[in-house]
Design a protein around this ligand. Sequence first.
Ligand code: ATP
Ligand code: ZN
Length: 644
Amino acid sequence: MKIKLLDGTIKEFATPLTVEAIAKELSTSLGKKVVGARINDCQIVDKNFLIQEDITLDLITPSHPDYRLFLNHTLAFLILASVQKISPDTKLGTVSYVPDEKEFRATFLSEPRFTKDDLNKITTTLNKLRKEKITTFAYDKPQIFREIFQNQPFQLAQAEKMWTETGHVHGYQMGETKIVGNQPLLLTIPPLAQFELQQLTGAYWENNAKQPMLQQIHGMIGLSTEDLAQEKAVLQSKREADHRILNQNLEIFGFDPLIGAGLPLWLPNGTIIKEEIKKYLLEKEWEYDYTMVQTPLIGTVGLYKTSGHWDHYRDGMFQPFKSGKESGEEFVLRPMNCPHHIAVYKQNIHSYKDLPIRLAEHALQYRYESSGSLTGLERVRAMELTDSHIFVRPDQVAQEFKNIYQLIQEILKTFDIEVSYLSFSTRDPQDKEKYFPDDKMWNEAEHNMEEVLKELNLNYQKVPGEAAFYGPKLDIQIKTPQNHEITVSTIQLDFLLPRKFDVTYIDKDQTLKHPIMIHRGLIGTYERFIATLLEQTKGVLPLWLAPRQVEIIPVGDAGETYANEVAKLLKQNHIRAHVDTRDERLSWKIREAQTHKIPYQIVLGNKESDTKTITYRRYGSENQVTLPTTEFLELLKTQIKQKK
Ligand code: ATP
Ligand code: ZN
C-alpha cells in the first residue's frame, strides 16, 4: 500500500500496519511521540488504527493542533471511569470536545445524582486513575457486545448503531469502564497535563428532549499548568468580547419572550447608536447618488410567488396571514425588499439615460430563522437591512459594481471593521432546483462579476453552490469571537427578477430591454452590524457613536451648579452629556462610568467652577487633563466630526 505523507513524499509498505508502526518505520522518535493520525484530511484515528489501503497520512504528535482533541477526549473518558468507580451502577454516556469553548464534556446517568459538591471527589479519583493505561477493544459478534453492554443502555445503543453501519464494534476501556465510539483517545495521559472540572449541567441523550436527561460534567485541560492558565485567559477574553456579554453593562438591546424569540428591542442606548450610524449612511448614500424610498413591511403571497421567494425561500418566512376576517387575500411579512423596490421602479417609464437608478431603503424585514440559530443581535428574526436595488444597463454593471464596492469599503473603514475574507458565491450547475436553468445567463453573470473582482485586484474565495437563487454574489465576511463566519456587506447580481416582474427601460433603439438589478446590503443589517461593532471594539465605541459621550461627576454644591452649566452647554452643541447626581461616593461614580465605557469622564469641583475649566479623563487612559471649558467643547466637536 502507498502512504502519502504531508510533505508530499510517498512511502510504500508491504502489509497492513498500525499508525504507530508506520510512524516507527519513519523514525524511532516519531514512533514514540505519535498518538494518532488524520487520514485523508478528514478522519482522525488513534495510533492503534490499522491502515490497509492507500491513504494520505498526517501523523499527530503533541505539537500537532489536533493533539488537544485527543487530550480532551481522554480526560472526558477518565471522568466516566471516575464516576463509575464512585458509583458503579452509573450508566455511561458520551465523551466530547468543544474547541470553541476549549472544553471537554462527559455525560452519564447515575442514581443518586451527582451534585456540584462531588466535583472535588471526582477530581481526586481521576487523579488516581490518570496513571493507568487505556486500551482499545473490538467485537465482531453481536451476542458478545449485547451481553457486555446489557447494563449500559447508552453504550448498547451506540454499539448497535456502529454494528449496523460497519459490522463491528469498537471503543476504549479502562477496568470496568468501556465506551463505544470513534472519538480518538490517548492511551496514556501525559504527566504534566493539568485539568479542572468546572460545571455540572444536564444534557439530553442525543440532544433530543424526548430522550432521558443525563448529567454532564464540563472541564478544561492544558498541556501544563501554564498552558491551562493561558487557555483560560484566551477563553475569558473571547467571552468578554461576546456582544451578548458586553450588552449586560451597555444595555443596548433586549428580548422579551412574550414578544417572541429573535425579535430584538432596541433600548435607548442601542437606538442612539443605530440612529447615529443611520445618519452617517444616509449622508454617504446621498453623496453616491442613491434615492431613498419607503415601502410596506408586508406584501401579498402573490408578490413572493412571482419573485420566486415562495418556492425558494418559504422555510425562511413567517407563515402567511389573512388581510381581514372576510377577505381571502393572504399576506406575508417580507423576508427581503427586492419586490417592493421593483414595484417602485415600475411606477414610471424609464429611458436608458435614466439608468443607473439606485433605490435605497433602510428596511425592516422578517425571517423565520431556526430557534437554534438565533444568536443575540447576530442572527435575529426581525431586522433592518441597509438595502438597495440598483437598476443598470449591461454596459454599466462593471462600473456600478466598483462604485458599490468603493462605498462599502469607505464605510467599513470609518468603523475600522476587520474583514476576514471576501466570498464570491457562484451556482452549483448540478442544482437545477435552486438555480434557474439558464446556463448562458448564469455564465454571463458569474463571468462579469469575476472580471470586476480581478480588475479590482481583490483576493476572494470562490464558493460554488452558495449563490442566491437569482444570481452570483460577493459577500464581505467577518469572523466573530465565537468563530462564526458571518456576512456583513453583500453585493448580488440579478438577471432573473427583472424578467420575472417584466421590469424594463426604453433603450437607444426605442426597444424595451430588461435592466440588470444589483442587490446591495451596505453594512448588512443594523442588528448584525452593531453586534460586530461591539465585538470588534470590545464595547469601547468611538465618541461619535457612544450613547453617553460625557459623564459629568460633580463634587460639592459649587461643583453641581457648574456641572449643570457645562451639561447645558454641551447639550446645546448636541453632545450627549449627563450629570451623575446620585448620592454615591466619587470613586463609585468613576467606576460606574468605566463600566459603561463612557468616552469622557469629567470631575467638577470648586476649582473648576472658579476657573471655568474642566478636568477630564479619556476612557482607557489614566491621564487627567484640565482645559478651559470652551476648549473642551471644541475638542469634542472636532473628534465627533472626524468620527473618532
Ligand atoms: P446568512 O447567510 O447570514 O443567513 P443571507 O445570505 O441569507 O445571510 P442576505 O439575504 O444576503 O443574507 O441578507 C443580507 C444581509 O442581512 C446579510 O449580509 C447579513 O448582514 C444580514 N442578515 C441576514 N440574515 C440575518 C439575520 N437573521 N439576522 C441579522 N442579520 C441578518
Ligand atoms: Zn434584494
